[in-house]
Design a protein around this ligand. Structure first.
Ligand code: NAD
Length: 506
């Protein structure tokens, strides 16, 4: 990291500012790697405060024109963008797989989930409609309008290079705002392509901008007086920092954090079905999903047969480069992250958890420098262990045992994280109780990864989200607009003029 770019003779990722590719003024750069080969493929500039200021000034200049563009015309740009994203879905998936490491089918699915937010944003004329009440007082009407906030910014994590940015900027832009996106420095290329395609769809220059960097760039965004709202998705400590700093600086903020998602499996569940679902949810994308199931709570007699099934299925997973057909699970994003996850496996063994499947030392022939780790399964994990408490963000699934549904619910509710959870059961009564009592933002019933569709909202509770409003759906529209309530009277000879007392209108 941070070596002079000239020394490496590699292509540098540009910024997207003012509707065109530009270079940063910063002289700091980071490495972008291909996790399957371990090779550094590109350099990414780490923007400084001057780079951020230039992007914000440009996008602020584009704001009046875009804000005053009728929502129907904005929706037409969205419709064209939708078509272009669909037409370029494969290319975007390839960019994701190349920089993140996940398999191409998995990457394609994540692009599709992002595209669905653009589809939602195409309905913006309807979504922005306000309320109207006639005669709130004699001859007095009241109506509300939703107006854009201004310049918005988004800071996104490495694990969904397309989907998470698409949770943010299409809704913000459809609402009439302009946007500065700072994607993860580990996966910068897909955002550049998405910005290019938006221009091709007819988006005016300056409405969407892409800057790159690390803490320096993010802190410049948080401090910039020209930015009115910040959307963040990433780990919990950074989400807290973003939330607190934005609040102090008077910015609207939504900051989604990390997760430790539990799946509760009751003895009456179809265990074969549950095990398949848990394997997909635990090891898909190498466990690098904020909605990954990382803790299984096996209730009563479900535990032994479930662990047996999980072991068989975890051992059958094929690990390899994400772009190779037949591969189930790709590498982790960086060597440093792979080593961190591997360190958690060492720690779990030391803490006394039973190591059922050990993913350490995974070799992939021909890809000896890739950041691979195999699947790991721990049984007899207890709440005091670090492998349970921490978000590991890798292919490590831990099984805890509970005596009853009540104990399982209490265990899940004690976790400081509360992004997603799932229950596997054949009992409607047990599922209903779980839905009602569980203190988690997104709940699945026999659905392991309950990521809401685009016209619902995405967000967790507790340390998984700081702020009031979730991403996309109507919550997204609310986040990116301010409500204005207008009370009007058209006086004529019969209505007395208002006096000095508090108006009651009636
Ligand atoms: P991260 O918190 O390290 O980075 C996220 C973003 O913050 C990046 O753009 C990064 O450049 C920036 N950043 C990093 N350190 C910073 C600092 N000190 N100050 C300011 N900005 C900083 O997260 P990550 O490793 O990229 O992504 C994985 C994390 O994201 C996991 O914890 C995962 O659970 C979480 N995540 C959450 C959701 C959700 O919806 N809740 C979705 C996806 C990922």
């Amino acid at each position: 990291m941070n070596k002079p770019v000239e020394a490496q003779n590699l292509a540098t990722v540009d910024l997207w500012v003012g509707g065109r590719r530009q270079s940063a003024s910063s002289t700091r750069f980071g490495d972008v790697t291909n996790p399957a080969t371990g090779a550094v493929t590109r350099k990414v500039p780490f923007c400084n405060a001057a780079d951020i200021d230039a992007a914000v000034k440009g996008t602020a200049a584009a704001l009046p024109g875009w804000r005053d563009t009728p929502p129907l015309r904005r929706a037409r740009v969205m419709q064209k963008y939708l078509q272009l994203l669909q037409a370029n879905q494969k290319e975007l998936a390839r960019l994701i797989s190349e920089e993140h490491g996940k398999t191409l089918p998995d990457a394609t699915g994540s692009v599709q989930r992002g595209i669905e937010v653009v589809e939602f944003a195409c309905g913006i004329p309807h979504l922005l409609k306000g309320e109207h009440s006639e005669n709130v007082g004699t001859g007095v009407d009241c109506h509300t309008v939703r107006q854009p906030i201004g310049v918005c910014a988004g800071v996104t994590p490495f694990n969904f290079p397309v989907m998470v940015p698409l949770w943010m900027f299409p809704v913000a832009i459809a609402c009439g705002n302009t946007f500065v996106l700072k994607p993860s420095e580990k996966v910068p290329s897909a955002s550049m392509r998405m910005a290019e395609l938006f221009k091709e769809a007819g988006l005016p220059d300056g409405v969407l901008n892409v800057v790159h960097g690390d803490k320096e760039a993010v802190d410049a965004i948080l401090a910039h007086p020209g930015i009115h709202a910040v959307s963040f998705v990433g780990s919990t400590p950074i989400a807290r920092h973003i939330y607190e700093t934005c609040a102090k600086n008077g910015k609207r903020v939504q900051a989604l954090g990390g997760a430790k998602n539990h799946a509760v499996v009751l003895p009456d569940a179809d265990l074969e079905f549950a095990a398949d679902a848990l394997i997909g949810a635990g090891y898909g994308s190498a466990g690098e999903r904020c909605m990954a199931i990382s803790a299984v709570v096996a209730v009563g007699a479900a535990a032994d047969p479930l662990v047996k099934l999980l072991k068989q299925k975890a051992e059958a997973i094929i690990v390899g480069p994400g772009d190779k057909e037949g591969v189930d699970m790709g590498p982790l994003v960086t060597a440093q992250h792979r080593d961190k996850v591997s360190g958690y496996i060492d720690q779990g063994v030391k803490e006394g958890a039973k190591l059922v499947v050990d993913g350490r030392g995974q070799k992939v022939p021909g890809y000896e420098n890739g950041f691979f780790l195999g699947t790991t399964l721990f049984d007899h994990v207890t709440p005091g262990m670090k492998v349970y408490q921490d978000e590991i963000f890798g292919p490590v699934l831990v099984v805890l045992r509970a005596d009853s549904l009540e104990d399982a619910i209490a265990l899940v509710n004690r976790s400081p994280y509360a992004n997603g959870t799932a229950i596997f059961t054949e009992s409607g009564g047990a599922a209903r109780r779980f839905e009602n009592e569980i203190q988690v933002g997104m709940v699945g019933v026999n659905v392991p990864i309950p990521v809401p569709v685009a016209f619902y909202s995405f967000g967790g509770w507790k340390n998984s989200l700081f702020g009031d409003l979730h991403m996309h759906g109507m919550e997204g529209v609310k986040f990116y607009t301010r409500t204005k309530a207008i009370t009007s009277r058209w006086p004529h000879q019969d209505t007395p003029a208002p006096g000095l007392n508090m108006p009651t209108l009636g």
